[in-house]
Design a protein around this ligand. Structure first.
Ligand SMILES: NC(=O)c1ccc[n+]([C@@H]2O[C@H](COP(=O)([O-])OP(=O)(O)OC[C@H]3O[C@@H](n4cnc5c(N)ncnc54)[C@H](OP(=O)(O)O)[C@@H]3O)[C@@H](O)[C@H]2O)c1
Length: 278
């Protein structure tokens, strides 16, 4: 029986990973901060698929959280065969306006915890001569993205790390793959204030992203880019000079930030209205 640890399993792409691996009969370890959501998903999946599901509540934006997560698995004698490093959040806006503590949380969550979980779980996989590491990157990994500067840089780190590790592990029985989704309809938009219905780029669904990612890992592809439109964007980056792609990124991000500002303006107008009524 394969055992899969999924970080950020409480919603969106992570939840879709949980559902697809459950339907393949894998035992699951679900990690995120939202205990109630994880418990509800665990109850549903263990009942419908007759699998074992373990819930581990963990905020992975703290530097020592990966060690805590792995030690919780070890104390319950759970060996992880597949690690899905998925937990993440998005920030859109000028770098100079982003609070330092949020930037730190992002770098720790997207990069430090991902590296630590990989480092801690890899020895077991290598010893058993089988395993998989699936890292959720983004199409923003392929170039600098203005107004997404740190987000895109953390995703570039994930892609670079995955490509290198996959090559190091060739012949070991452990596959490594990075999945690079484009815009995908999940709760990630809630925290940014960007309305997915108002932006210029097409927005896909989590399920095809996850299907492509799992196949990519099984085939030991270095990375996969789900969706034709996203592939065209990536290939554009290979044909056009990098500087042109970064400039084009400004146009798209300007649309995102305008939508964010409109959304914030609506929210604060709503707040003012409700205060007026009091
Ligand atoms: N949606 C897109 O357009 C898109 C595109 C490219 C890449 N991605 C990547 O896909 C991944 C999943 O995002 P999503 O779109 O599915 O967003 P989502 O629906 O907001 O899910 C994010 C998941 O990450 C978890 N998470 C966030 N902060 C965490 C923390 N500090 N510690 C532990 N878990 C944390 C959340 O759970 P809790 O809140 O319960 O902790 C949630 O389960 C992210 O890495 C994101 O960068 C998304």
């Amino acid at each position: 029986m394969t055992s899969v640890l999924i970080t950020g399993a409480s919603s969106g792409i992570g939840e879709a990973f949980a559902r697809q691996y459950a339907s393949r009969g894998a035992d699951l370890v679900l990690a995120a901060r939202s205990q109630e959501k994880l418990d509800a998903l665990s109850r549903e999946l263990s009942r419908t698929h007759a699998i074992s599901v373990t819930v581990l509540k963990q905020d992975l934006s703290h530097p020592d959280s990966a060690e805590k997560l792995v030690s919780s698995c070890q104390s319950q004698c759970i060996e992880i065969d597949v690690l899905v490093n998925n937990a993440g959040f998005w920030m859109v806006g000028p770098f100079s306006n982003e609070p330092l503590d949020e930037l730190e949380r992002m770098v720790v969550l997207h990069n430090l915890s991902l590296v630590k979980l990989t480092s801690l779980l890899l020895p077991g996989m290598k010893k058993r001569k089988r395993g998989g590491i699936l890292n959720v990157s983004s199409i923003t990994a392929f170039q600098g993205v203005p107004f997404n500067a740190v987000y895109a840089a953390t995703k570039a780190f994930i892609l670079s790390f995955s490509e290198a590790l996959r090559e190091e592990l060739r012949g070991s029985g452990v596959n490594v793959c990075a999945v690079c989704p484009g815009l995908t309809r999940t709760k990630i938009f809630d925290t940014t204030g960007v309305n997915p219905d108002k932006i210029l780029l097409p927005v896909g669904l989590p399920e095809p992203v996850v299907k492509k990612a799992i196949t990519g890992l099984e085939q030991n592809r270095a990375f996969v880019v789900p969706g034709l439109y996203n592939k065209i964007l990536i290939h554009g980056g290979r044909v056009l000079p990098r500087s042109v792609m970064v400039r084009l990124g400004v146009l798209l991000a300007r649309n995102e930030t305008t939508e964010k500002q409109r959304y914030r303006a609506c929210c604060s107008a709503g707040e003012t209205n409700s205060k007026d009524k009091q």
